[in-house]
Design a protein around this ligand. Structure first.
Ligand SMILES: [Zn+2]
Length: 149
């Protein structure tokens, strides 16, 4: 099970949606375009999507992967609605199919939305960082919430 505190996890998710699928970008650390978070029990960073999955549905069976249906490794949409478990085979198949579709390009990835070329790892990383920066700027511009008391 994940040793990541669920509140700490949710605090790092943007309150704003990204793209037509309603992705919710990760504002914390990224590795190769994927959301990561330090797990004190493991003693090192783990994939934030795996931590979210475990908090929602329990331990991930050995050999299975948490896959993003939206193909955005930086996305932690509420309720894990963009996540699904898959084997290595389904993982590869999903990556291959996603690379052939417009959705797979990543909505925030510049003007290449309709291109059928798969993103390189560098492009994925750059896209995730650019989206995180965009959302952090959006949050900075939010009006200060008035205290209730
Ligand atoms: Zn998503």
């Amino acid at each position: 099970m994940s040793g990541v505190d669920p509140q700490r996890l949710l605090n790092k998710v943007s309150p704003f949606e990204e793209g037509p699928l309603g992705c919710r970008p990760w504002l914390g650390a990224l590795s190769k375009g994927r959301a990561i978070i330090h797990d004190p029990e493991v003693g090192q960073p783990v994939q934030a999507s795996r931590a979210l999955w475990e908090h929602l549905w329990g331990p991930i069976p050995r050999g299975l992967f948490v896959m993003h249906l939206c193909d955005h490794g930086y996305c932690l949409a509420p309720g894990g609605s963009h996540l699904v478990l898959g084997s290595q085979t389904t993982n590869l198949l999903h990556a291959s199919l996603a690379a052939r579709t417009a959705i797979g390009r990543g909505v925030g990835g510049g003007r290449g939305g309709m291109s059928r070329l798969p993103l390189t790892e560098e492009e994925r990383e750059a896209e995730a960082i650019a989206i995180r920066e965009k959302h952090l700027r959006k949050i900075e511009r939010m009006p200060v919430q008035h205290a209730l008391f």
